[in-house]
Write a protein that binds this ligand. Structure first.
Ligand code: KIV
Length: 273
């Protein structure tokens, strides 16, 4: 009987995402912000781990993603990178670190890459950030774009409702997606737009389109891990499927522990030295 060595882990790269699209293989993406969660998600075989600036909401307790700083994103990115062996790790560039100034954008991007060791960056926006996108790409740093409901622009939108329902905004989104592909982005996240529009973009572009609230005619899906695990039970958009109810699991465990400590049941004789 011959003994086979375990298959070597094949690290996911931006090129591999492109191949997956060509093969019609759906791409899985989840957020993670810390070592422990990133390790579980990576071992579960998720293709892309996004160190999202949604950390601002689910970790830091802010209402929007705008307060997130470059230092905070680097902290989360570095923690995730220590855990991940297979997945492609993408770090969000935070609000204020790349808009309107391509020199600042490149400096911010280089800091994230050097200090976290991440594989790729994600930036929100289209034509209006194209100079920054090109400058970062020129340094050999892969970029994933993000169009549709871009949370860093929430003060412009004024609402978290579905974007690009109107023809003018839909046309602009299609044109922005083409621009991002032409300059060399590796993929695009489309957030909260009509499924048909997302499907059109996915069929017109060669690079993968990863949706969140953008239907199933795209090349992959992304969810915020706290939402899909049911930890944020006050947040229930239509696009969200909950795969667990960790809110109740954690709540009940904390209550049980409290009861055991107060009654003197914990620790028992076997749980002490
Ligand atoms: O920050 C984030 O989690 C994101 C996803 C919603 C795509 O950008």
């Amino acid at each position: 009987m011959s003994v086979h060595a375990a298959e070597p882990l094949r690290k996911v790269t931006t090129h591999r995402l492109f191949e997956m699209k060509e093969r019609n293989e759906k791409i899985t993406m989840l957020t993670a912000y810390d070592y422990t969660m990133a390790k579980i998600v990576d071992q579960a075989g998720i293709d892309v781990i996004l160190v999202g600036d949604s950390a601002s909401n689910v970790i830091a307790g802010n209402i929007t993603t705008l307060p997130m700083t470059l230092d905070e994103m680097i902290y989360h990115g570095r923690s995730v990178m220590k855990a991940v062996e297979r997945a492609l790790v993408v770090v969000d560039m935070p609000f204020g670190s790349y808009q309107g100034n391509s020199t600042l954008a490149l400096a911010s991007a280089i800091r994230i890459m050097k200090e976290t060791g991440a594989d790729c960056l994600k930036l929100e926006g289209g034509e209006e950030i194209l100079d920054s996108v090109k400058r970062i790409l020129s340094a050999g740093i892969p970029i994933i774009g993000h169009l549709g409901l871009t949370p860093q622009s929430i003060n412009k939108f004024g609402t978290y409702t579905v974007r690009a329902r109107e023809e003018q905004e839909a046309k602009r989104l299609i044109s922005d997606a083409h621009l991002l592909e032409e300059v060399g982005c590796s993929a695009i996240v489309l957030e909260k737009i009509p499924a048909q529009l997302a499907g059109q973009v996915a069929s017109e572009l060669k690079i993968p389109i990863i949706g969140i609230g953008a239907g199933n005619q795209v090349d992959g899906q992304v969810l915020v891990i706290h939402d899909m695990l049911g930890m944020t039970n006050g947040f229930s958009p239509r696009f969200l499927r909950r795969y667990a109810n960790l809110h109740d699991v954690i709540f009940e465990a904390a209550q049980h522990y409290s009861k055991d400590v107060k009654s003197g049941d914990f620790p028992n004789e076997k749980e002490q030295y």
